[in-house]
Design a protein around this ligand. Sequence first.
Ligand SMILES: Nc1nc2c(ncn2[C@@H]2O[C@H](COP(=O)(O)OP(=O)(O)OP(=O)(O)O)[C@@H](O)[C@H]2O)c(=O)[nH]1
Ligand SMILES: [Mg+2]
Length: 603
Amino acid sequence: MQKIRNIAVIAHVDHGKTTLVDGLLEQSGTFASHEHHDERAMDSNDLEKERGITILSKNTAIRYKDYKINIIDTPGHADFGGEVERVLKMVDGVLVLVDAYEGVMPQTKFVVKKMLALGKKPIVVINKIDKPSADPERVVDEMFDLFADMDATDDQQDFPIVYAAARDGIAKMDMEDEDGDFECIFEAIINDVPEPEGDAGNSLQAQVFTLDYDNYVGKIGISRIFNGTVSKGDNVMLAKADGAMVKGKISKLIGFHGLNRMEIDQAEAGDIVAFAGMETVDVGDTVADPANPVPLDPMHIEEPTLTVVFAVNDSPLAGQEGKHVTSNKLRERLEFEMRTNVAMKLETVGEGKFKVSGRGELQITVLAENMRREDFEFSISRPEVIVKEIEGVKCEPFEHLVIDVPEDLSGGVIERLGKRKAEMKSMLPMGQGFQRIEFEIPARALIGFRGQFLTDTKGEGVMNHSFLEFRPYTGGVESRSYGALISMTDGETLAFSLFGIQDRGVLYIGVQTKVYEGMIIGEHSRSNDLVVNPIKGKAQSNVRSSGADEAIKLVPFRNMSLERALEWIEDDELLEVTPKSIRIRKKFLTENERKRESRKTPK
Ligand SMILES: Nc1nc2c(ncn2[C@@H]2O[C@H](COP(=O)(O)OP(=O)(O)OP(=O)(O)O)[C@@H](O)[C@H]2O)c(=O)[nH]1
Ligand SMILES: [Mg+2]
């Protein structure tokens, strides 16, 4: 049997997981010297590159001495936390990274809790020790406290600590030591991560933890082999979560090395490989020996906490910028997404209306953003949290929220959060005039909070949150405190009229932008909605002189990203998403309709 180690890299968002994996690939000599690769090579899809975050967990394999080390890089953002839990089942050890300044953050707690519950033994990596503000000693203490709080076993508490500057390829076992390379990390992996259990001679048992899709070979299940040996062309039995047994054949067996995938003929217990050829394969399925199919424990898949409705775009500008606009196309695309994305759920709720549920706004935004790029046009409704009954009690998701704010502004922020039903748990000085304050808060109250928080902290505040649990419903929470500036007519915006409107609030669009009646062009500085005319030319001459317009000084408008817009909208509003534009609109476009509707549903 070959010598294998299987590890996952877990941490809070941005603490340096993907950068560390770069270093492991590089320093193990896995990248050939001529091979060109980008920074954070594992973040391979476009959105990951653009946003600098990991969205999907991905696996790679390196060779170190005579060991094969399978490494799974996981996303740190809370919305993708479900992935982490699945991945953890597939590995025998973990590298837990923590930023040497930021310390333990919400997602650090989340991943450490999962890891400890699954009985994994960690190697703790205190990363970014090069930061001037780094305080590795404090962070080590925080990690010990965290492990103790979470009832780690003695064995788990006794973790090796590596101090690293992953970006510079530096690591050492003691802060007093000279800077070394990653050799100490490789050695820790080999010595402290248990070798895989299981036997190549037993009946086959492999479990699928991630799905991929390839236009040529179809669905691909990335799996850990726990027992037995598998060869290309083998007949297998798929043991599904619901107990069903489905026959299948491995048409292709795929192995991993560095950034490459290659066809292989055989793989055995302990390894991580991909299978093609089984269209019905799902995450959690056991790939088993047809003569003796013994399913592995089913995999717990995190439930969604948030839903939005994707619908056909029916705005007056519909169909002008996108190629795929029909209900059928929309359904096909969403169904396709569900084939590989187990964290999301889809339900048809009406003609051209689809309820998409996921773990958070970012997850939903990522799907919407991908669809824009594929030339889709659609609308999205305000995110709603999923409320469910647990033992007869109406419950809603709660989040653990951590904010870092300048001391002099913390009072205002705390008050604001109080109105949103947040409960303060702790407050600590962080140095440099900042305070770290922790809360528990209904997820519902966090929708739309980020924009407000950035305004309240003059852009200096940092906020992080991750899912805690479902708890009894807390009743109404404060929502957006400002109304919308709504266009009263169709046309193209002119500087002259925008100049007149800009004092009324914050504009979301600039000049020469197409608008329509009922489209929202900005935020009102008061709590009510205001209908305005953004296309009116200069009155005296009755001629729309662009020359005169140019002299007008407009305040730069606020460009609303998909996320920001999604957080901002209320129940009676929609986002119109096209490959070129993100427009915000009222569901009902005319003032008359809106009045009629508001009489029907009193607030
Ligand atoms: N100063 C410093 N910056 C680092 C170090 N390691 C990583 N970074 C930077 O931290 C940022 C985040 O790095 P990533 O590797 O993408 O972090 P990640 O944990 O994979 O992030 P997610 O996958 O989105 O959760 C990047 O800008 C890195 O260049 C380090 O050792 N020192
Ligand atoms: Mg990453």
